[in-house]
Write a protein that binds this ligand. Structure first.
Ligand SMILES: [Zn+2]
Length: 168
């Protein structure tokens, strides 16, 4: 079956449909997020649905240790996926402490699926289980940028302000 996407009206109708199988280039979009760039849904994604694969070269962890990139995904103590290619859309997924997706492995293939229903326009996030090095280099200084942590910090600031006000 051929689906034409020539007009906006068609496009809108099409985007309101949940595709049975997501195509990373058509159904997901790279965009601005709080933490720089992020990956966003263009279509509704159902809880449990496969979203995309974290793709890249499979290299030994020994080789990976010598690379200077933050887009390394360790499969096990022996193998790592080098996801630094821009074709790997999954590299744009940001960390969240309250994510809507999760990583799972099928043998040495890294896959990402939704753990909540995701609406068009929502940013796709999962919880990074980063090693200490990653945490020290990228997170420690600036703090976690995820929405849940930003909200927590804002509430903390507010309650601190309130405490100060009471002590005046
Ligand atoms: Zn967080």
């Amino acid at each position: 079956m051929l689906i034409h996407l020539a007009t906006d009206r068609h496009r809108r109708t099409y985007h309101n449909l949940m595709p049975a199988r997501l195509s990373p280039s058509r159904h997901l979009q790279i965009g601005r997020s709080k933490a720089g760039l992020g990956l966003f849904a263009r279509v509704p994604i159902k809880k449990g649905q496969f979203v995309l694969r974290y793709s890249g070269r499979k290299i030994t962890t020994e080789v990976a240790d010598r690379l200077d990139t933050r887009y390394l995904f360790e499969v096990n103590s022996r193998w790592t996926i080098d996801g630094s290619s821009r074709r790997n859309r999954a590299r744009y997924i940001n960390h969240s402490c309250r994510p809507n997706a999760e990583v799972y492995f099928v043998k040495h293939v890294i896959k990402i699926r939704a753990i909540k229903n995701i609406k068009p326009g929502d940013e796709i996030t999962y919880t990074y289980h980063y090693g200490r090095d990653y945490f020290d280099s990228f997170i420690k200084e600036l703090g976690c940028k995820c929405r849940a942590c930003a909200k927590k910090r804002a509430e903390l600031r507010k309650s601190r302000r309130r405490t100060r006000a009471r002590h005046k």
